[in-house]
Design a protein around this ligand. Structure first.
Ligand SMILES: C[S@@+](CC[C@H](N)C(=O)[O-])C[C@H]1O[C@@H](n2cnc3c(N)ncnc32)[C@H](O)[C@@H]1O
Length: 313
């Protein structure tokens, strides 16, 4: 947007509501993709406007009709232009994403947190755990920003949580989030290729949002996803390279009553085709999301040979 054009805009638009509406129109005209924590143009414009004026989003209702200063308007227009020209997800522009009602620092070293597993954590993984018997030892496999590990530690303050990732870049971001949340005593970041760094450890809960996007979906992802780390998304032709390892090796890392909760998104289709004998419990979500299964240790043991055989393809 040129300076003259900007002046023309800022002389006609004045309130926070004006800029939210204008941003939403621009984003829709640019045919942006919304799927990194929001699902519509107006929410994205609102987030950027509130970020530009350094106000928490919760204040939105109270300040919608407030007028903006010229420099605030210019900052907002710059942010709108960045969103459109780079097609970066909003969370990478603001370096902030919310997960399970908690704030996380994010940048392009980690995926933008958006897993429906957040809803399970907020519900304390009911009915699989109860207030009387919460998980004591939790493993977040493929932790990225650390969002699942940190949210688990926050909702289960007595639990010890290991946060595992192969990427040092991701672990550096996770470490920052662990410190920001004051959880250095409770959440331990570990570099590990799936289970390699937690040998001999046993958990009550293994929870994971691994890379699982199949090649067909990778080839058709909107531009916004190209800003995310490649190793956080794709995982072989059917997306299941790491999920196969998780299924084959989880049992030996679970206590007797332990469970595995694993997200596979659209690759649910491939999971069901690969393991037709297995009675996966596919979880449902009030706030949207799909492709998350639960298996208990007994089921993982029961199908041990099948899971091992699927490793050798
Ligand atoms: C889908 S992202 C999930 C990040 C985070 N848990 C979330 O929900 O936002 C998957 C993560 O798995 C990590 N990863 C990829 N291959 C891995 C491997 N072999 N072992 C451990 N982590 C791996 C990536 O670095 C990435 O951070």
């Amino acid at each position: 947007m040129s300076n003259t054009n900007n002046e023309n805009i800022t002389s006609q638009l004045h309130t926070i509501a004006d800029y939210c509406r204008y941003g939403a129109s621009l984003f829709n005209q640019a045919e942006l993709f919304y799927g990194h924590g929001t699902d519509n143009a107006l929410s994205e414009a609102f987030t950027l406007v509130m970020f530009a004026v350094a106000l928490p989003e919760e204040m939105g209702e109270q300040v919608m009709s407030c007028r903006l200063l010229e420099h605030e308007k210019q900052n907002i227009l710059t942010l709108f232009a960045e969103r459109i020209e780079t097609q970066k997800p909003v969370a990478y522009i603001t370096n902030l994403a919310y997960f399970a009602q908690l704030p996380f620092y994010v940048d392009e070293r980690v995926l933008v947190p958006r897993s429906p597993i957040g809803e399970l954590i907020e519900n304390h993984f009911a009915p699989y755990f109860s207030e009387e018997q919460p998980p004591q030892h939790i493993l977040d496999l493929c932790t990225g920003s650390g969002c699942i590990a940190i949210a688990c530690a926050s909702y289960f303050p007595e639990a010890e949580v290991d946060a595992v990732d192969l990427s040092i870049d991701a672990l550096n971001v996770a470490q920052m989030n662990i410190e920001n949340h004051g959880l250095s005593e409770q959440v331990i970041p570990i570099q590990s290729d799936v289970f390699s760094g937690v040998e001999g450890q046993k958990y009550d809960l293994i929870v994971t949002n691994p890379p699982y996007v199949d090649q067909e979906d990778i080839d058709s992802l909107p531009a916004e996803f190209t800003h995310e780390p490649e190793m956080g998304l794709g995982c072989g032709a059917d997306g299941l390279d790491i999920v196969r390892v998780i299924l084959a090796e989880s049992a030996q890392h679970l206590n007797d009553e332990g469970i595995l909760i694993c997200e596979v998104g659209n690759s649910q289709y491939h999971v069901e085709a690969l393991y037709p004998e297995v009675d996966f419990t596919w979880l449902s979500f009030e706030r949207g999301g799909h492709g998350v299964f639960m298996l208990n240790k007994a089921q993982l043991e029961q199908h041990k040979q099948l899971f091992a055989a699927a490793l050798v393809v």
